[in-house]
Design a protein around this ligand. Structure first.
Ligand SMILES: Cc1cc2nc3c(=O)[nH]c(=O)nc-3n(C[C@H](O)[C@H](O)[C@H](O)COP(=O)(O)OP(=O)(O)OC[C@H]3O[C@@H](n4cnc5c(N)ncnc54)[C@H](O)[C@@H]3O)c2cc1C
Length: 428
């Protein structure tokens, strides 16, 4: 059933403020017919699961909003796998799993939806548990050409087409299909420790190098706005892990056990504080985010941080910031040919947020050109892109696609030409 609507209320303000054609809420025979007959106008149709990205709506376009109608979730007591529909947020998923003593590597926000998993899914637990896509067992949905599918993780007996489909869906699904539900493996719930501290640029540079030598059970996240905030998550919060962490930072900054917060699950984690003046709370802000991927920085970390220090002085708005997550360990152990997340050797995932007051086009241009400058600054150290946010409406979409999928891009385009030949889903 289509609802004519000019706005869709979602967590992302830019997406909410777009004046759209309307909303569709069900993947029913009517929608399948529209897809099969390529009668979606204008194309593409946008998809909303969590609604946290700027691209779940677009001016004048239809949005398929899966949040109301796709809320089923079922935990299998025997296999410990969970099957859930596309309207379930990551926070809700963990809330339900924690009742079963299980967990899943969600990201830094409880608000994100299926888009988090389908685009790769980098979690503070990824170093020990892998990416979110690495946990998927079954994917159910509809190809852009209007044909329903259900695909399970391929094995050595699977044919090459199934392997290609799986590879495309794990990391690049938004270009190929509408995913209505996923079945994923879960892991036992273990308490975690979180350490948060304000650092200066020299301390950050040092901590990055220290973190590159941590065991996979510890991960570093940091955010750089008006200040720098470091956020460390420690799994297996036993004495050994605590000692390793404490020893590693003893020359860097003061340490007190009170700085360590014990939490039962990622779902209860304290907010990852982005240290910004709270201007965004006083007025409505829009933003675009670009995520990069790069290998170990080692002692180049000093050069990275020096260069970032320079670009941070040029922020056009105090709500622009840079942040990063740490990968490695389990995320490197999957072959780059298995999924569309090809940057399996990546250790750092910095992301750049360009922000501006809603409706201020001059500020928008300035913030986006600052984002490009930060991207150029980081590119020698982070040549990859994590396609966790797509920007077909911006001039650098082709570059982000190339940097995200590299030599897999022609294969992905070939999949797109077969499964979404009319380009009813976002362009590749
Ligand atoms: C506060 C915050 C914290 C974040 N932290 C992390 C993090 O720790 N790690 C990380 O990896 N990423 C992180 N992200 C990025 C986030 O995972 C991506 O932007 C993701 O695409 C958001 O998915 P969504 O479902 O919430 O958003 P939506 O805006 O609903 O969807 C995002 C995109 O995915 C596509 N999509 C969504 N659902 C489907 C579906 N069912 N089928 C096909 N395509 C679909 C849509 O076309 C859309 O372009 C964060 C984002 C925010 C806002």
């Amino acid at each position: 059933m289509a609802i004519i609507n000019s706005r869709l209320e979602v967590p992302n303000f830019l997406a909410t403020d777009n004046c759209i054609a309307g909303v569709i809420e069900k993947v029913d025979v009517g929608l399948l017919k529209l897809l099969r007959e390529a009668r979606i106008k204008p194309k593409p149709i946008l998809i909303c699961s969590g609604g946290t990205s700027s691209r779940c709506t677009a001016p004048g376009h239809w949005t398929l909003d899966l949040r109301n109608e796709y809320q089923n979730i079922e935990f299998d007591l025997t296999s410990k796998q969970v099957e859930f529909e596309a309207g379930i947020t990551m926070g809700k998923l963990l809330e339900i799993l924690s009742k079963e003593g299980r967990t899943f590597p969600i990201g830094l926000s409880n608000l994100t939806g299926l888009g988090y998993i389908l685009t790769g899914g980098v979690s503070p637990l990824s170093r020990s548990q892998g990416l979110a896509i690495d946990q998927i067992e079954t994917i159910t949905g509809v190809w852009g050409r209007g044909e329903p599918f259900e695909i399970s993780r391929p094995d050595k007996f699977s044919n090459s087409e199934i392997k290609m489909q799986w590879r495309g869906l794990c990391g690049a699904a938004p270009f190929l299909a509408i995913v209505t539900s996923l079945k994923v493996v879960t892991s036992p719930l273990e308490p975690l420790l979180v350490w948060q501290k304000v650092l200066n640029p020299d301390q950050l540079s040092e901590l990055i190098q220290i973190a590159e030598n941590w065991p996979n059970s510890i991960s570093l996240q940091w955010a750089w706005g008006d200040k720098i905030n470091a956020y460390v998550v420690i799994k297996n919060a036993n004495k050994e892990e605590k000692k390793t962490f404490k020893r590693s930072i003893k020359d860097l900054t003061s340490y007190s056990t009170n700085d360590l917060l014990e939490i039962p699950s990622l779902h209860n984690k304290p907010d990852f504080i982005i240290p910004l003046l709270n201007k965004a709370k006083m007025s409505r802000y829009h933003s675009e985010v670009l995520s990069l991927l790069g290998p170990i920085w080692s002692n180049q970390s000093n050069d990275v941080i020096k260069s970032l220090n320079k670009v941070m002085t040029k922020r056009p708005d105090t709500n622009c910031y840079i942040a990063s997550q740490q990968l490695g360990g389990s995320t490197c152990q999957i072959s780059p040919e298995k999924t569309s997340f090809v940057h399996r050797q990546a250790i750092w995932k910095p992301w750049i947020t360009a922000a501006w007051p809603a409706g201020d086009n001059k500020k928008r241009e300035k913030s986006l050109s600052w984002l490009r400058e930060v991207w150029r600054t980081l590119e020698p150290y982070c040549p990859g892109v994590h396609m966790s946010q797509m920007h077909p409406h911006l001039s650098w979409h082709e570059k982000e696609l190339n940097d995200a999928f590299k030599e897999w891009l022609p294969g992905l385009k070939s999949l797109k030409s077969r499964y979404d030949p009319q380009g009813l889903l976002p362009p590749l």
